[in-house]
Design a protein around this ligand. Structure first.
Ligand SMILES: Cc1cc2nc3c(=O)[nH]c(=O)nc-3n(C[C@H](O)[C@H](O)[C@H](O)COP(=O)(O)O)c2cc1C
Length: 173
């Protein structure tokens, strides 16, 4: 796990090829294996691979998330705010678990923040924009979008020597 964490970087440039269905299935299985508060599983996932929809999704943020229209797949992660007050935590865990599963499968990924962000033109919240685009029912809020694909850029991993060990406090701050 530590090796995987040292290797993982946010990838924003992808090869123009679809994500293999078997890999996508594993990533979604990983998402569904995520723990959630009181086991309420408030998350829902919209898997988007349609080029036109991905293009439209690119406008979900201001300024535009330029790499999203060229991303082979995007997983929109939403939480049911009517079943728990900690859907943010639950959805964040699912996001992270999907990112790590993607890494084990040799795929690149990048978290695109949606909650508390505005869509292109800044007239609408990003979540409202996506809810309209993807026909998402009222009681859900969109946390984030996970961009996914075969990496077309290389980024160096991290090493254990340069970690911010000063952030760790023993017994008291
Ligand atoms: C909560 C969260 C929100 C993020 N939002 C965005 C985003 O909107 N757009 C983006 O390109 N990257 C986003 N990122 C990726 C971060 O910029 C990236 O993880 C950070 O710079 C560290 O780089 P690394 O992932 O390569 O280690 C986000 C990451 C997290 C955890």
């Amino acid at each position: 796990m530590l090796d995987l964490l040292m290797k993982r970087r946010s990838i924003r440039k992808y090869k123009q090829e679809p994500v293999e269905a078997a890999k996508l299935e594993k990533i979604m299985q990983a998402a569904l294996l995520s723990p959630s508060s009181r086991g309420r599983t408030p998350w829902e996932f919209v898997v988007v691979q349609n080029r036109e929809t991905l293009k439209a999704l690119g406008r979900c943020r201001h300024p535009q998330q330029a790499f999203l229209p060229d991303t082979p797949a995007a997983i929109v992660v939403l939480g049911d705010t009517s079943v728990t007050d900690v859907w943010v935590e639950d959805c964040s865990i699912a996001m992270t678990i999907m990112q790590m599963e993607a890494e084990t499968l040799g795929l690149g990924s990048c978290w695109i923040q949606i909650r508390n962000r505005t869509a292109q033109g800044e007239e609408q919240m990003s979540s409202a924009f996506i809810k309209e685009l993807l026909h998402i029912p009222e009681q859900y809020e969109v946390l984030a979008v996970l961009a996914l694909g075969v990496p077309d850029e290389e980024k160096p991993g991290r090493d254990l020597e340069t970690l911010q060990y000063g952030k760790i406090h023993n017994e008291v701050f």
